[in-house]
Design a protein around this ligand. Sequence first.
Ligand SMILES: [Zn+2]
Ligand SMILES: [Zn+2]
Length: 225
Amino acid sequence: MPDPTWQSSLDFLRDLPGVPAAQANAITLAQARARWQHAVIARTSMHDLWFTLPGEDYPFASSVRVQTAHGRHVLLRWDHDRLAEEHATDSDHIDEMLDSFLERLTTPALICRHCGRPVTVSSDQFEAFERMHYSCFHYLFEHDPFDPDEECTAGGCPSASIGPGQRPEEPRDSLVEELIDDLMASELGTASVEVRIERRGPGIIAASFDANTYLITVRTESRRR
Ligand SMILES: [Zn+2]
Ligand SMILES: [Zn+2]
């Protein structure tokens, strides 16, 4: 069966004047058309919009679905057969929300060069972690010589939640707090439109100024070494 065109999906919905969800979906589809009709296939049923990638056949591994009922929309995105995100919104925000979902549908996933799986949680810091998951990066470069199941001293260790004992509060923690304040007030911080400074773990700060992220690690080392 050939892929439906945006026009045929629109016609189908507009032929259902007695179905409010179909009419709401027709408006959403018409709004998105100029930007997306050449990038994704618009499929539809009475209550759902369903967007898939060109060249993909049923069953579609990656798709965006919009379920509409009673003036509410639920957007769902599947990425390689996995439900990647789900968000509910109203008719005032459906257009921009759909835009960002389709943006992610059409952007190829970031793949960790260490384990080969998609990177989602730390995708903002993909380059900073050398194109890896933060966990993959940490165990590869920062964790030795500790047992993988015990918290190391590098800061931000994922094993902190499972390993023996919790790391006690140390002077380094207050140093990290001060650094965060300094980074906020820095020249780069005040000159940037979008600033995001996060504590990635006990000793790791990820500072994003507009397009760039800087990773700062504070670790305690004895002077006698
Ligand atoms: Zn990985
Ligand atoms: Zn570690």
